[in-house]
Design a protein around this ligand. Structure first.
Ligand SMILES: Nc1nc2c(ncn2[C@@H]2O[C@H](COP(=O)(O)OP(=O)(O)OP(=O)(O)O)[C@@H](O)[C@H]2O)c(=O)[nH]1
Ligand SMILES: [Zn+2]
Length: 221
């Protein structure tokens, strides 16, 4: 079975999720690159950079391509991963935990990196998901200007839709470079967020089992 969870309007644009304009998908990726390139050229020029310099002259286009196709590629619906699920013929009834999924995102306040790990779990309600699809969902939502709380919730909501179950959980531990390398410049601190749904919220034994698998060690160093 294949589900395109971004057809769920609430999940993609709804309140509490990524704040997108109504015309967010009207321009093509190439049109977006052209516009961002022009504006980034102006930013660099305003900073006093000599834009005729060999090393700098192509930077605005590099940055624009990187924004549209790479680090903010999760704003293009065509990059939404197709999620194939399989029926749970072997009747595995315990939780599945996908640990230490790499998170590379960008904070929407400063456009600086958020780097960390996501730990995702679900209990099958008849469907199972290919393991790599969990990593792909994390990566898709990470590739947007983000706050960590919203990213954590979007991952859980996407899996709930794909798997037709409420029993999904996600913990993210991450370092925010806007905290580490500017402003307060606290290089030691990191941020943990958790979204627990269904049994992970209501059943203390399920929650404890998940936390036990994830452990309390920090994987960020
Ligand atoms: N809740 C939340 N806050 C975040 C996240 N990423 C960055 N921030 C915070 O967003 C806030 C923006 O605060 P402002 O006071 O408007 O910006 P600022 O003057 O640059 O703040 P400082 O970082 O304290 O210098 C900062 O406190 C950031 O640490 C996130 O994922 N979640
Ligand atoms: Zn920030």
């Amino acid at each position: 079975m294949s589900k395109n969870f971004d057809n769920d309007d609430d999940l993609f644009t709804g309140k509490g999720y990524t704040p997108l304009r109504d015309d967010a998908f009207e321009k093509s990726p190439e049109e977006k690159i052209e516009i961002i390139q022009k504006h980034f050229h102006e930013i660099m020029e305003t900073l006093g950079m000599d834009m005729t310099d060999d090393s700098l002259k192509d930077s605005p286009r590099r940055v624009a391509k990187m924004y549209v196709n790479e680090i903010f590629g999760g704003l293009l619906p065509e990059n939404n991963p197709r999620i194939s699920t399989f029926s749970n013929k072997y009747k595995y009834r315990q939780m599945l935990v996908e640990k230490d999924i790499t998170v590379y995102s960008f904070c929407e306040h400063h456009f600086l990196p958020i780097i960390g790990r996501a730990h995702v779990a679900y209990i099958s309600n008849g469907e199972v998901i290919g393991l790599s699809k969990i990593n792909r969902i994390v990566d898709y939502y990470a590739k947007r200007p983000q706050v960590q709380e919203r990213l954590t919730m979007q991952i859980v909501e996407a899996l709930k839709v794909a798997l037709g179950t409420k029993d999904v959980a996600c913990i993210i531990e991450a370092k925010h470079l806007c905290v580490n390398c500017r402003g307060i410049k606290d290089t030691a601190s990191s941020t943990t967020t958790a979204e627990l749904s269904g049994l992970f919220r209501t059943n203390p034994i399920t929650r404890q089992e998940f936390l036990h698998y994830v452990g309390s060690r920090s994987n960020l160093d």
